[in-house]
Design a protein around this ligand. Structure first.
Ligand code: PMP
Ligand code: GLN
Length: 384
């Protein structure tokens, strides 16, 4: 007998990141799909984790996070963004940014609530909204500059609107929100009960001398926000799955009620290591310039291919259009490039609820120069 259950996510398959990474492995392709660096993280930091384990930090730490790390994050937020946060009330360490987003949505959403988000959207957003029996209200970013159409946001707001999700620097497009965007958002939500979820996992991966417009800079927005971060992105250790959430005290109190019965607490050794390593400000303050150099190198290499660049200003990613040389669906082209040209990418239609296909692929440039060169060698065989 096979026991049946009703699927909570009937129209969801396997995430595109796993699909493309598996295909890349199967065909021995260079993987510019799933977002992760292929270079070594700081050996000073790995050394500190070893040290923490040898020093006996191997048991549960506080459910809100290892206290010295949480304190250090409050100091960092004050220094970078002028935010006045109390470690005890406003910050919780989570097993990754995805979990922080999941917990924030689960904390807030009641069945029937509406959540406005922008597409292309990171792929966990809509399924998490739907698991909570709420309704996703996707609004498409303008194409090809991926700006937020604020007039559409205003028209989409109604009495059921519970949250607005933003993500800057943006995955998959590398678009970055401006101060004017944040001010518009503040004016739209003023005098409403709308909660903001701000996904800022790429806060330090920002280029072209642009300043990251964290919600933490805007007290009138922070008072209604959950702000989600990832150590994986900041320290080149995506496999650590460690992040954190910042929110005002009342919201964080409810967030912790959900968190304490889900994972309860995160691994102690990396938190102990980070509590020391986070004091090295240059490790994150130089990150934007380092990653911008990779973006620029990749962009130069890509000039020898028929792809058209859609400029990225942040994140690990840059999108490229192929509309001028092929009209095949982007998922089909991504598979062909992996199997026949040795390069895995992510088709951007995967980030639209309706599979909208603008003939754009996402490339991860957080790679060694040699990896980028090898990938582009394969792509050069494409003809315009
Ligand atoms: N949000 C965005 C936009 C991301 O790209 C990612 C991950 N890559 C996450 C959240 C989740 O980060 P984590 O791996 O820490 O769960
Ligand atoms: N965030 C990464 C990306 O966008 C991957 C995360 C994942 O594999 N779920 O590629």
């Amino acid at each position: 007998m096979s026991i049946q259950i009703a699927s909570k996510l009937p129209s969801v398959g396997t995430t595109i990141f796993t699909v493309m990474s598996q295909l890349a492995n199967e065909y021995g392709a260079v993987n510019l799909g799933q977002g992760f660096p292929d270079f070594m993280m700081s050996t000073e930091l790995t050394g500190l984790v070893n040290q923490a384990m040898q020093d006996g930090f191997n048991q549960y730490t506080h459910m809100n996070g290892y206290p010295p790390l949480v304190e250090a994050l409050a100091i960092k937020a004050a220094k970078l963004y002028g935010a006045q946060l109390q470690a005890a009330n406003h910050i919780t360490i989570t097993p990754g940014g995805t979990y922080a987003i999941y917990t924030a949505l689960t904390t807030v959403l009641q069945p029937g609530d509406e959540v406005i988000l922008f597409e292309p959207a990171y792929d966990c957003y809509i399924p998490t909204i739907e698991l909570n029996r709420a309704k996703a209200v996707p609004i498409q970013l303008s194409f090809p500059n991926y700006a937020i159409p604020w007039d559409e946001v205003k028209s989409a707001i109604n009495a059921r609107t519970r949250m607005i999700m933003i993500n800057s620097p943006h995955n998959p497009t590398g678009a970055v929100m401006s101060a004017a965007d944040l001010q518009t958002l503040a004016s739209i939500v003023k005098d409403t009960n709308i909660i903001i979820l701000s996904d800022e996992v790429y806060e330090h991966l920002i280029f072209d001398d642009i300043q990251h417009q964290s919600i933490l800079r805007y007290p009138e927005l922070f008072e209604r926000s959950f702000v989600c971060f990832s150590f994986g992105k900041t320290y080149h250790c995506t496999g650590w799955k460690l992040g954190y959430c910042m929110a005002p005290a009342d919201l964080m109190k409810e967030f912790r009620k959900v968190h304490q019965f889900n994972c309860f607490t995160c691994p102690t050794p990396p938190q102990v290591a980070l509590a020391t390593y986070i004091k090295n400000e240059s490790a994150y303050l130089t990150l934007g310039a380092d990653m911008q150099a990779k973006r620029d190198y990749f962009r130069t290499l890509m000039q020898d291919t028929p792809f058209t660049c859609i400029p990225s200003h942040g994140s690990y990613f840059e999108c490229y259009s192929y509309a001028n040389f092929s009209q095949v669906p982007d998922k089909e082209l991504a598979v062909t490039l992996t199997k026949e040209y040795g390069v895995a990418t992510i088709p951007v239609s995967a980030f639209y609820h309706n599979g909208q296909d603008n003939k754009v692929l996402r490339f991860c440039f957080a790679k060694k120069a040699l990896t980028l060169e090898k990938a582009v060698e394969g792509l050069k065989r494409l003809s315009a």
